[in-house]
Design a protein around this ligand. Sequence first.
Ligand SMILES: [Fe+2]
Ligand SMILES: [Fe+2]
Length: 363
Amino acid sequence: MDKSVVTPSEEDALEVLEDLDTGDDTDLSASDTLSSSYIDLFQNYLFPLLVINGKFRIIYANPQCQKLFTDFSGLEGNQFFDVFGRSFGVEALKEIRETILEGKNGFSWKGYSSLKSREIESLHSRVFIFPLPGANTTEPNHFEVVFDDVTVENKRLLRNVFMSLLEASRLKDNDTGHHISRVSLYSERLARELYERKTYEHIDADFIDSISFLASMHDVGKIGTPDDILNKEGPLSQWEWNVMREHTKNGAYILSTYPNPMAKQIALSHHERWDGTGYPFQLSGDMIPLPARIVSVADVYDALRMERSYKPALDHASSAKQIASEAGTHFDPFLIDVFLSIAEDFEKIYEENKDIGAKNPRD
Ligand SMILES: [Fe+2]
Ligand SMILES: [Fe+2]
């Protein structure tokens, strides 16, 4: 197992794994060959399934399992914990160990696993472990491990709830769906470029997937802004601006129950500026969370491209030039370098997702 980069909780997990005294587990014995009747049964099983022996060695993986974990390590012949160890919490690891070695709960366990890598979005599964049917029930030596992939289901349920909130906020805000989709697409493009350049270690497949959804939530806090301020034609008074700016804090409040802190960071800090003159907290430089810095570039680029009641639309070249001129004042200068290197893609995204005659309010 690669132990070079581990987080503190992984360190605990590794300790538990090292404690696993499974004896000489290097060779599979003759009894570890699964009979053809089992293989026939498992081939067409609905769920991804593994069979492990009492020493946690994977002796069989059905095709559904191989398909589910195709982007991760190999399965058959490997130690179960070498492949899945880090996808369980420390408590779960201890329980699984006790289940198999000491027969806790009738040699059965159920829980969750989350398998993660930089390149692939996390896989979340419900996991069930129990003795292979027909095995010696007092001392089973083979176990089924069944996975129920809930990645898509969980994501859909969670995002549907927040999409409804977004729809509610759009009922009062004239910002069009096109603006919201474009901001998501630009943000995703910028994040993907950072991922490919390997600039930030924490930008992985999950980061890109999350920002492409959560960027659309940047102004969800406008649901709390009074209509007469939100849709006012002409300049706002200082007091009205102050109310308007509250949409950042309202957004963070609304998104505080979202399990990924990125949601809150984007809503709260997308109007902060690199030089510390933004709002609501005048954060500066790296203190502004990266997702908010990314969305800020995306949001302003799109705002420049759009006609608003108080300004004409700018073309791509003028918008890119204006953004470049604000590197180091409004924007993270490094992100602007990245933006300029892929600016053509921003233009393409705008052109492909243009509004049809919609006017949009102020930020
Ligand atoms: Fe905003
Ligand atoms: Fe916006």
